[in-house]
Every structure is written in structure tokens, then in C-alpha cells.
Design a protein around this ligand. Sequence first.
Ligand code: FE2
Length: 108
Amino acid sequence: MAPVPRVLEARGLDVTPGMIARLRGMGDLRTVEIPETILREEVAHVAAGSRWYRWYCERDGIEPRARFRELLHEYAGGYLHGPFNVEARLLAGFDEDELAALEAGAAR
Ligand SMILES: [Fe+2]
């Protein structure tokens, strides 16, 4: 429940702005609308994952931040690749402390 939206889909939040910038730099303003739409929709996908992840943790009495770190070790080698799209991740249900922890452990 957590790794797909909060790791894989959240990676899309991080990398899509760079794609948008490259397309814009090439002057392809028509095509740039596609990743802009994907980015907007991906925020909602990750937010849904965050909401359900927290619901599940609360239901089962699990501390969500510690469990997310465990899941990162189990499924993603313990760290994520940065840089992170902080604005989009905040909109998608990550909190400031989680993002600070991800930044501290991020691979560049
Ligand atoms: Fe998605």
C-alpha cells in the first residue's frame, strides 16, 4: 500500500518538473501540457496512497513514519533518490518531518 504510491508514483512527482522544463526549453509548448497533466494527477494518486496508508497504520496501531522507513529498507534499499519535489510531496500527503528524513538519507 505504501511503496507503490509513496515511492514509485512519488518519484514521478520528483522527475516530471525536469521533463516539463526540458520540453519548454525546446519550445514544445503543446507537448508540455501532457506532463503537466500527469503531474497534477500524480499528486492526487500519491495523496490517496498517503491517506490510505495513514488510515491503515492508525487502524492497526502502527507508527507511520517508522513503518515507512522499514518499508523503504524492504523495498527500496533504504533510501530514495533526490532531489525531491517538496511542494508536490507536501500536497500529496508527506509531512515536513518525513521530507527532512528523506532528504537526510537521499542518494543523489
Ligand atoms: Fe499514478
